[in-house]
Ligand binder design. Structure first.
Ligand code: FE
Ligand code: FE
Ligand code: ZN
Length: 305
């Protein structure tokens, strides 16, 4: 079976149990969550009881914890150390995040490399390497998966050479992997229409076995646009068939594929009532059939509920 799931929520009162149930409701066999709000670093204490209950639910539904992924909050920026206080905060937060992943039994943690801001790319990369070497311990089971970025502003990691430089300079190399994001790669200038060619290049430079997670998103913008605006599968410039080829590619068969496509609003003018499209996108992935009526299907499903 193809490993397909989505980003799900993680609420302080239901924690991993809530995330697991949400993923199951979409028909997923893998999923990803932030341990709190992605845009802040407030985190509630983990409940051992909820974690144990979640593990039961996962095994009852044949979801392997190995295919469950945590995404670190995107506000921590390890590439810039001009505000030393924030840089050090990012390091200590990441250490705590690894502990949280460990307590939950999650083995993959996705991390944005960060933005160098007014520093040079080289300095940014050096800061990331130093931070990772500060954070990673030789005995941790958690792998940090560095995400490929679109190249918006001063983002580090919009080309494979930068990712490779980070990986090559981390002391405990078996603790770092890569998270591919198809929207980001497209926006960074990599052609997702020929994924095998991309994998060949990736393999030569970094090694296919280093791919820990794949974020499957269509893109609102064209190749090399450096924008980072995700789109629902088949509604963007990468296209449904190309994304299906990525999801079903045998060379990345064991890698969890995670949708981070946009929510759909119930009415065109009510931005507050947005619903996850994942149940229907996952259905169309399993059927390998493009759903050309996704918005209406999602709206009528959640209107009835
Ligand atoms: Fe991300
Ligand atoms: Fe992503
Ligand atoms: Zn993105």
């Amino acid at each position: 079976m193809v490993l397909i799931g989505s980003h799900v929520s993680f609420k302080s009162d239901s924690q991993l149990l809530g995330s697991a149930n949400e993923a199951i409701s979409y028909g997923s066999n893998c999923f990803m969550f932030y341990t709190g709000a992605p845009q802040n670093t407030k985190r509630s204490k983990l409940s051992y009881d909820l974690t144990l209950k979640a593990r039961d639910v996962l095994s009852d539904n044949n979801i392997d914890l190995k295919n469950v992924v945590i995404h670190a909050p995107y506000i921590i920026n390890l590439a810039n150390n001009s505000k030393m206080e924030s840089y050090l905060f990012g390091i200590s937060f990441l250490k705590e995040e690894i502990n949280r992943a460990n307590m939950l039994g999650v083995e993959k943690l996705v991390l944005h490399p960060g933005s160098s801001v007014k520093l040079s790319k080289e300095e940014g990369i050096k800061n990331i390497i130093n931070a990772l070497n500060e954070v990673i311990t030789p005995l941790q089971t958690v792998k940090i998966c560095i995400e490929t970025m679109a190249g918006k502003g001063s983002e580090v990691g919009s080309n494979l050479e930068e990712i490779k430089e980070i990986l090559d300079n981390v002391k405990y190399k078996d603790k770092v992997m890569v998270c591919l994001d198809t929207c980001h790669l497209n926006d960074a200038g990599y052609d997702m229409k020929d994924f095998d060619k991309f994998l060949d290049d990736f393999d030569k430079l970094i090694g296919i076995d280093k791919i820990g997670v794949i974020h499957v998103n269509d893109s609102k913008n064209g190749i090399s646009s450096h924008k980072d605006r995700h789109e629902n599968l088949g509604y963007g410039t990468i296209g449904f068939d190309n994304l299906i080829n990525i999801i079903y590619n045998k060379r990345v068969f064991d890698v969890p594929k995670i949708l981070e496509t946009p929510y759909i609003t119930l009415t065109d003018d009510d931005k507050k009532k947005a619903f996850a499209p994942y149940k229907f996108e996952i259905e169309s992935i399993k059927d390998k059939t493009f759903n050309d009526n996704l918005y209406e299907v999602v709206r009528s499903y959640y209107n009835k509920k």
